[in-house]
Design a protein around this ligand. Structure first.
Ligand code: NDP
Length: 399
């Protein structure tokens, strides 16, 4: 049915590519392109021979001309951006120049400030609309499935949703004292930033990890979780009817937090370049180089993830609560696609989002967040491609 250009060949891309090959009626042909071509070739070698035709290419996604040349050569129907958030705008520029649809899983971040906001990407809306192409923003799990869950709750369960708590629990154990489950630089920037949530239309800022709660996660049990800033709060507060407050919590173990505090205290999480033996180095980038590669955690990680949303609102004038979540098992993911659950829960929705555009089930020229589309076909595909969802009408609530 279509051709997809996948940019990036890391943990998330690897899962997405496996899933494209499982959905070969839709993904007839894919090209895997990244900075390090050998990683693309290794993925091709693993997956070649099925119905989906695979090619590879080298590309520096910071360079718009290189991207345009690659797109003109491969002629994809959609570009799936699974490189880093720093490349979002250059890839969007190349999609605009060639009139090709765009999908990503994380919003743009300038390299020199850890700031997650949609304003840079939303600024492309009119140009995408005029070009007749769609940019689907945030098609991972969170953002991504959390937005689809919100749109589904809005469509089927509520007249208005007043409170959303997004809960992201990773109860996986990889056996290392400290490692991150996805790109360490992006992960540490996210968790060492100030927390924030939206209440009555205003952002309320907190110190990093200031707000802690304990939650009893279905199929996992009690875990400590902390309020973080997260990008989907910004779009959901605009797109879901009746929002009074929306918060995001993520679980962290004590060992992770103690290591992070120590690394912060000695300056290793800083993104300010320093002089080191005649070179400029960014401490956080150096730290990334010495930490375990997230892709190497797959074979060692045991346990489950549980990510979902608790909604409180009104239906037919009555108060109502509703919890939608997915539980994913690290070892089962590894058995199926050779990656742990954090990459899996992001790579599957990236494939599904692209499939929605390729099949024409979602078609809305402009730049749109995922909750702006009809959630039903996406929810069906979550069940079909390895991320079945569960629901509860009387969940524990977060204080
Ligand atoms: P990895 O670091 O494992 O992979 C990133 C890939 O992008 C690597 O192959 C890297 O190439 C490539 N890349 C980096 N810079 C460039 C460039 N300039 N040009 C071309 N390729 C480049 O990251 P992950 O797979 O863990 O994460 C991928 C994305 O998914 C990130 O944006 C992350 O924020 C997002 N994410 C979203 C989640 C969600 O739920 N929404 C959850 C987890 C992640 P090289 O191998 O040469 O370094």
């Amino acid at each position: 049915m279509g051709k997809a250009l996948i940019i990036g060949a890391g943990g998330v891309a690897s899962v997405c590519i496996h899933k494209c090959c499982q959905n070969s009626d839709v993904f007839e042909e894919i090209c895997i392109a990244s900075r390090t071509k050998s990683k693309c070739d290794a993925l091709k070698a693993k997956l070649d021979g099925g119905k989906t035709k695979i090619s590879t290419a080298q590309v520096n996604a910071d360079n718009v001309d290189e991207l345009i040349a690659l797109i003109k050569n491969f002629k994809p129907d959609v570009v799936i951006n699974l490189a880093l958030p720093y490349q979002d705008l250059t890839i969007m520029d190349a999609c605009l120049a060639t009139k090709v649809n765009y999908v990503d899983t994380a919003n743009y971040e300038p390299l020199d400030t850890a700031k997650f906001e949609y304003k840079w990407q939303w600024a492309y809306c009119e140009r995408f609309e005029k070009a007749g192409i769609t940019a689907l923003l945030g098609s991972g799990f969170d953002p991504g499935v959390t937005g689809v869950f919100s749109a589904y709750a809005m469509k089927h369960e509520f007249d208005e949703i007043n409170y959303i708590d997004i809960l992201d629990c990773n109860a996986g154990d990889h056996g290392y004292p400290f490692a991150t489950n996805f790109n360490p630089e992006i992960n540490i920037r996210e968790v060492s930033a100030k927390g924030s949530y939206i209440e009555d239309g205003k952002w309320i800022e907190t110190e990093p990890m200031e707000i802690k709660r304990v939650y009893n996660f279905p199929e996992i049990g009690e875990k400590d979780m902390y309020l973080l800033h997260h990008e989907e709060l910004e779009s959901l507060a605009l797109n879901i009817r009746g929002i009074k407050r929306i918060r995001f919590f993520m679980t962290f173990g004590q060992s992770y937090l103690t290591h992070l505090k120590c690394l912060e205290n000695v300056g290793m999480t800083s993104i300010e370049p320093i002089d080191f033996e005649g070179h400029k180095i960014v401490p956080l980038q150096f730290l990334k180089a010495v930490l375990p590669d997230p892709a190497s955690l797959g074979p060692r990680t045991k346990g489950k993830t549980n990510i979902g949303c608790i909604f409180i609102g009104k239906k037919d004038g009555k108060d109502k609560t509703y919890y939608l979540y997915n539980v994913c098992d690290h070892e089962e993911c590894y058995k199926e696609v050779g990656s742990q659950a954090v990459s899996y829960t992001t790579g599957v929705p990236a494939m599904i989002g692209a499939a929605m555009l390729l099949t024409g089930k979602w078609n809305k020229p402009g730049v749109h967040n995922i909750e702006e589309f009809d959630p039903d076909p996406f929810m069906d595909d979550l069940n079909k491609f390895g991320l079945p969802w569960k629901e509860s009408y009387n969940p524990d609530l977060v204080e």
